[in-house]
Design a protein around this ligand. Structure first.
Ligand code: SAM
Length: 292
């Protein structure tokens, strides 16, 4: 297939928008990709081949969907905007390995969709140029549901990608980092200029790859408790651990008890949340969970 035929070019995209009188809805995070090279990079980093099953979130007019149809075995795409359904039917009419589901991804039973559309032993990868207004809820939801997928390769806001892939003792490191890295190995694979989108977003973007872990890197006694403690430790970034934990536990534990628990596990209460590794957060959460 020649480049000219691809959906992801400024000319073809404009043609399609004009043909259907389509206007962008900012509220749905509609910034379409108009650069085939970027799409090829997404496909390459996702490690997709002719055996891979893929799930796309938000196909738009089909720019990325088309590349997935070409390079993967099959594609299931969730699109919330009803106006795009007839357009996708038209733009993807050459491909018989694409299924479009008209649904809000946050309401979808993705596990059931995986069972219905992919073979039990087939590798499934989630690929998307995500609507930025709900990047975090989408990824958090999908990860918490422990979907049987090899990972996610997604275009998201640069700053958010950096937070998800951050290391301790950096400005980007926070509770979002822990939430992502508990379930996956996170890596920013590439920064992307605004010019590859139509319309151009206000923020910079990056491609993030999240590779699902077979098991979490730490043992925690209670996951919800662990994530709450992590959040509490970052509640006020400039405050010490001891002070953040004192505010969090209020009546349950006073400052002295908190200091004793921290001493018992060998974590200095004057440190800040951003200096703690995932292992240290696990030790801390488990100690408070046990109440010792
Ligand atoms: N994949 C296309 C591309 O790269 O050109 C479009 C990407 S655009 C950034 C995001 C897409 O997600 C839009 O088509 C939008 O309508 C859709 N979308 C927004 N919120 C959604 C949701 N909650 N569930 C499913 N799709 C959604």
């Amino acid at each position: 297939m020649t480049n000219k035929k691809h959906i992801a070019t400024p000319t073809r995209t404009k043609e399609i928008l004009k043909k259907y009188g389509f206007f962008f809805k900012k509220s749905l995070g509609q910034n379409f990709l108009i650069d085939v090279n970027i799409l090829e990079n997404i496909i390459k980093h996702a490690g997709i081949n002719k055996e891979t099953g893929t799930i796309e979130i938000g196909p738009g007019i089909g720019a990325l969907t088309e590349q997935l149809a070409i390079h993967a075995k099959n594609v299931v795409a969730f699109e919330i905007d009803q106006r795009l359904l007839p357009i996708l039917k038209d733009t993807l009419s050459d491909y018989n390995n694409v299924t479009v589901i008209h649904q809000d991804i946050l309401e979808a039973d993705v596990k059931e969709v995986i069972e219905a559309n992919f073979a039990p032993d087939q590798e499934v990868h989630i690929v998307a140029n995500l609507p930025y207004y709900i990047t975090t809820p989408i990824l958090t939801n999908l990860l918490r549901n422990r979907l049987p997928v090899s990972g996610f390769t997604v275009m998201i806001q640069k700053e958010v990608a950096e937070r998800m892939a951050a290391s301790p003792n950096t400005k980007s490191y926070g509770s979002l980092t822990i939430a992502m890295q508990y379930y996956t190995h996170a890596e920013v694979v590439m920064h992307v200029p605004k010019s590859v989108f139509m319309p151009q977003p206000n923020v910079d973007s990056s491609i993030l790859k999240l590779t699902t872990r077979t098991k979490p890197p730490v043992d925690v006694l209670d996951e919800d408790y662990f994530f709450s403690i992590v959040q509490a430790c970052f509640a006020q970034r400039r405050k010490t651990l001891r002070n953040n934990l004192t505010s969090y536990f209020k009546e349950k534990y006073n400052k002295e008890t908190i200091s004793t628990i921290l001493e018992n596990i060998g974590i200095d209460g004057t440190r800040r949340g951003e200096s703690l590794t995932m292992e240290e957060f696990a030790t801390l959460a488990n100690a408070f969970f046990r109440g010792i």
